[in-house]
Design a protein around this ligand. Structure first.
Ligand code: HEM
Length: 86
């Protein structure tokens, strides 16, 4: 699905003349951040790391907040800075 304002089911950057002018930069930031989160960390769900399913209940608000926040614990699994320059 297109996220640049053509499909009205999903408009993270708005649509039309006042839509977000930073869409391309925003998307690059999202891809780079997600890539680093996935490549560099092992993620455990829940404060104790033992959550087996995610609570998808919706809270009140215009931007569809979660009723209960999801807590994830990252464990580094890949050092992006090579040892030789430490
Ligand atoms: C994932 C990141 C981003 C999201 C989800 C986002 C989302 C939005 C949304 C929903 C709007 C309102 C659009 C409308 O009224 O229809 C907006 C406006 C705007 N955004 Fe973003 N944005 C992001 C990143 C950025 C970046 C990186 C910049 C600048 C470098 C930026 C600059 C602006 C500006 C200046 C406006 C106002 C445009 C206007 O009112 O004419 N945004 N953004």
């Amino acid at each position: 699905m297109d996220v640049r304002g053509q499909h009205f089911e999903l408009l993270p950057f708005g649509s039309g003349r006042r839509m977000c002018p930073g869409t391309s930069l925003g998307l690059q930031m999202v891809y780079a951040t997600f890539g680093a989160m996935i490549q560099c960390f092992e993620w455990k769900a829940g404060e104790d790391g033992k959550l087996t399913s995610v609570d998808m209940d919706e809270g009140r608000g215009l931007n569809l907040p979660k009723a209960n926040p999801l807590v994830c614990v990252p464990a580094a699994r890949f050092d992006p800075i090579p040892l030789s320059i430490n």
